[in-house]
Each structure stands twice: as structure tokens, then as C-alpha cells.
Design a protein. Structure first.
Length: 153
């Protein structure tokens, strides 16, 4: 269901009148915001960025929704791993004593992952935004050329 909605949003983007460069830039910025560690405020940030920088709003929001309930765990797990590697940390597995499990125990264990999460998510978001810009630039240019061939044929 989420994948079909994403496909519908993507297909509607193909009908937008902005240039391929603007569409790709909008999508790339949205992707960067969507993969950022600012979980919970991605959509408002995407709308704000689209408004401030005069980006294509549907393309920006579609990029923001790269991070959704299906992709959130893999993206943030990978991002945290990247942060651990970049910081040279030796964090690996959280071990909980389930017999004496308390909220403060959980917070203490997860607290060690906050800095790697923020660092890794920021780096992954930047790389993801740049990669998605170039991928979508290719897609939008290809689609534009295809549309021109169809109208001239």
C-alpha cells in the first residue's frame, strides 16, 4: 500500500512542469531531510525548505517520504552503524537484563547510541540527498527526452 502510494506520487511528479534540474534538486533536498536525524519533523521541514528555497513542493515531500514505516528501521540502523564506525566507537550490541528491566536501564543503554545516531544519520542524509539528486536528474531528463520523442513522432 505504501509502495503503491509512492509510485502514484512519483508518477504525478513526472507530470510537473519544472525543469529536470529543479525536480531533482527538490527530490534530493527532500531525501536529505527525510533521512536526517530530526525524526518526527521531516514533513514540516520539507514544506519549509520547499517554501524557503522555492523548490517543487510535491517533489520535496516525495523525497521526504523516502523514510517511511517500511524503510525507517533499515535506514536508521545503517545510519547508527555508520556513526559508530566514523566515531571509532566499540558499541555493538545492547544487552538488557530482562529480570531487572527498568525505563532508566533502557535509557542508559540507548543513550550511548545517540551521538553515533546523529553523526551517522547526518552523513547518510547528505550522501543520500546527493545520490538521489543525480539519480533523479537522470530519470527526469530521460523522461523529458522520451516525452519530446513521443510528441515529435
Amino acid at each position: 500500500m505504501i509502495i503503491s502510494k509512492f509510485k502514484d506520487m512519483f508518477n504525478s511528479l513526472m507530470g510537473q512542469n519544472d525543469t529536470p534540474t529543479m525536480m531533482a534538486l527538490s527530490f534530493g533536498v527532500g531525501t536529505m531531510i527525510g533521512m536526517s536525524p530530526l525524526f518526527g519533523i521531516h514533513t514540516p521541514l520539507g514544506i519549509l525548505a520547499a517554501w524557503l528555497f522555492r523548490l517543487n513542493k510535491p517533489a520535496t515531500i516525495t523525497g521526504v517520504y523516502i523514510t517511511n514505516p517500511l524503510t525507517m528501521v533499515p535506514i536508521y540502523t545503517f545510519s547508527t552503524w555508520v556513526g559508530i564506525k566514523l566515531l571509532g566507537s566499540d558499541l555493538c550490541i545492547i544487552e538488557f537484563n530482562f529480570k531487572h528491566l527498568t525505563f532508566s536501564n533502557v535509557v542508559d543503554e540507548l543513550n550511548a547510541f545517540l551521538l553515533p545516531f546523529f553523526v551517522g544519520s547526518t552523513v547518510v542524509a547528505l550522501i543520500g540527498g546527493i545520490l538521489s539528486y543525480y539519480i533523479m536528474l537522470y530519470v527526469f531528463r530521460y523522461r523529458q527526452r522520451k516525452r519530446l520523442r513521443e510528441t515529435t513522432a
